[in-house]
Design a protein. Structure first.
Length: 229
């Protein structure tokens, strides 16, 4: 995998976007509210936004000792790196966690545009974590001032410009151990709302996002959610 990293870095530094696009596991996720990259054509068009001179300079210091294996994936986490890129077991780029200045500016513009259209009671947030949808609900998980994790939901058909049906603050964010994924837990009286982001599973229908509700510790319902942006 070290040899594959050296080849990928060579392509990035030479701006070989078309060749690099063939070595990506799509969709390549970008931080909300940025659009995920769905295919090679979109990757080639977006390449100049994602990879800048600063990133290429950092990659020039690559050494094999920077590569760490975790759950069959290989990340740049050693030396001067902190997880900027990950390859899957096939040697395809599965994530790019680096954000260029140009991409950050685009993210900031999109954030302001979305905030301007939301209800005043919930239009102030530092980072959108998730936007999820079920047949009956639209749910947002946002990181607000002071690292507060907030849950807001609207019933089907109601836009975010209207006041949410439910807002829960002070959520607990937890990594799901060695299996990957995240869990977000919120309390409302005797009710507990849990958003599970399940990344590792034996069957496809067991992976994804789920809203699990319990009352006084007793499970009441589990609904699969779709991630949207």
């Amino acid at each position: 995998m070290i040899k594959r990293y050296r080849y990928i870095i060579k392509l990035i530094q030479a701006d070989k976007a078309e060749e690099l696009s063939k070595l990506v596991a799509y969709p390549l996720k970008r931080e909300n509210p940025l659009k995920d990259i769905a295919n090679a054509k979109e990757f080639i068009a977006y390449y100049p936004v994602m990879f800048d001179a600063a990133f290429k300079k950092k990659l020039s210091g690559f050494r094999g000792s920077a590569v760490m294996e975790q759950h069959g994936n290989f990340g740049l986490v050693g030396e001067e790196f902190s997880g900027e890129m990950w390859l899957n077991e096939k040697g395809l780029i599965m994530s790019v966690n680096y954000i260029s200045k140009r991409e950050q500016d685009l993210k900031d513009q999109l954030t302001k545009s979305i905030q301007s259209k939301m209800h005043p009671s919930i239009n102030h947030w530092d980072q959108n974590v998730l936007v999820l949808q079920s047949p009956k609900l639209l749910i947002r998980i946002d990181r607000t001032i002071g690292n507060n994790i907030r849950y807001a939901s609207w019933s089907k058909g109601r836009p975010t410009s209207e006041k949410p049906d439910l807002v829960l603050n002070n959520g607990l964010e937890e990594a799901q151990g060695t299996m990957g994924g995240w869990t977000y837990t919120f309390k409302s009286g005797d009710w507990t709302y849990v958003i599970d982001d399940v990344e590792m599973c034996e069957k496809d229908d067991q992976c994804g996002y789920f809203l699990n509700l319990s009352f006084k510790g007793q499970d009441k319902s589990s609904t699969k959610l779709k991630s949207i942006k």
